[in-house]
Design a protein around this ligand. Structure first.
Ligand SMILES: Cc1cc2nc3c(=O)[nH]c(=O)nc-3n(C[C@H](O)[C@H](O)[C@H](O)COP(=O)(O)O)c2cc1C
Length: 354
């Protein structure tokens, strides 16, 4: 067995709880995973530097074990008032039902990435992972000099090679089954749609870095399978969404166990960037919306009021219910118990695989 990832991150079990920005990955979840000998990660993509510092402080109060922080590498976003007007007209019906008014303007559509990066450099978590793009070699070098290990997310072999050339320490191979946003950054998402079983061994063969398999892994069988494909470890998101410590909304958590294998779909409707979630009325309404959406993250900013009102009013039909294709296998239980269960299950199949 390849123990490179456990060694790299100084953890006992090469299992990473996926960073899940927007609330699901609470400091309590991150600390529980790290305390159980795996690696918890803070999904910091939407956090201001101040909120990020607070979250890191809370994790450090609850755990002295290594943990990770994840950032969104910004891409090009051309703000477009005409597209915003069209999409707001399309969403007027949702706002009417929720009893809210569209914001008159939105100044900042995302937190300042450079400021987030500076906050991470100061805090120096064990792992900094990124998605939606690649850091520059200089940024990777700065993080490594601060004592962090760096991982980038790849959805294709070309992206893995690109990330390796920037000097990262590990690659997260995100298969098409994965819940949440696609990390694709070199090509269109529909030309980067490779399943985990096909993606992992091809990336393992193409790079000389530890590869972390991600997408559709929900139990010990998935972990053992990923290790057989050559992965040095796994990153699991949807499985952790249903835990007691998860900050996912109650309606989101409740919709996971028993969901059908066909219940998820990819949609750009919530954010302007394709992401996998449980199909609901909001997503379906956009399947017949012909106008181009505002770019990510402008569209994300313009749906925020709808998602917040839907959460407050317990209306899952307007929430982003991110989930992977194996969501139905989610098991609600305390986070520490989930980690222990996953390890036990995987070791029953392959003794030292995790
Ligand atoms: C609710 C949710 C939010 C996510 N947010 C992030 C994120 O902030 N950063 C990131 O790199 N990946 C994010 N992901 C993707 C995960 O890193 C990972 O690729 C995915 O969860 C793996 O598939 P699985 O959900 O089937 O385990 C998210 C996934 C989910 C389900």
């Amino acid at each position: 067995m390849n123990h490179a990832l456990a060694k790299l991150l100084n953890i006992r079990h090469p299992l990473i709880q996926a960073p899940m920005a927007g609330g699901p990955t609470t400091p309590a979840m991150v600390a529980a995973v790290s305390n159980a000998g795996a690696l918890g990660s803070i999904g910091a993509g939407y956090l201001t530097p101040e909120a990020l510092e607070r979250a890191i402080g809370e994790v450090r109060t609850a755990s002295d074990r290594p943990f990770g922080v994840n950032l969104f590498v910004p891409g090009a976003c051309k703000r477009d008032a005409a597209r915003v007007a069209a999409v707001n007209a399309h969403m007027a019906e949702f706002r009417r039902e929720l009893g809210i008014e569209a914001p008159s303007a939105i100044d900042e559509v995302a937190p300042d990435f450079e400021a987030q990066l500076e906050a991470v450099l100061v805090a120096a978590p064990a792992l900094v992972s990124t998605t939606f793009g690649a850091l520059t070699a200089a940024q990777v070098d700065r993080l490594q000099s601060a004592g962090c290990r760096v991982a980038g997310t790849a959805t294709t072999v070309a992206e893995a090679r690109h990330l390796e050339a920037t000097g990262v320490d590990a690659i997260v191979a995100q298969g098409f089954e994965a819940g949440g946003h696609r990390g694709s950054f070199l090509d269109e998402f529909d030309r980067s749609a490779v399943g985990t079983l096909a993606l992992v061994p091809q990336i393992v063969d193409a790079v000389s870095l530890p590869v972390i398999a991600s997408g559709g892994i929900m139990d010990g069988r998935g972990i053992a399978a990923a290790r057989c494909l050559g992965a040095a470890g796994v990153q699991m998101g949807t499985a952790f969404l249903a835990t007691d410590e998860s900050g996912a909304k109650p309606e989101h958590k409740a919709a996971l166990p028993g969901a059908a294998d066909t219940a998820t779909t990819l949609t750009a409707a919530f954010s302007g960037k394709p992401a996998r979630g449980l199909r609901n009325r909001f997503i379906t309404a956009f399947e017949h919306h012909a106008d181009p959406l505002p770019d990510y993250p402008e569209q994300n900013a313009w749906t925020k009021d709808i998602r917040a009102a839907a959460a407050a009013q317990h209306r899952p039909e307007f929430m982003s219910l991110w989930a992977g294709q194996a969501a139905g296998m989610a098991r609600p239980m305390p986070t520490a118990e989930l980690v222990a269960t996953l390890i036990r299950e995987a070791r029953t199949l392959i003794p030292d695989c995790i």
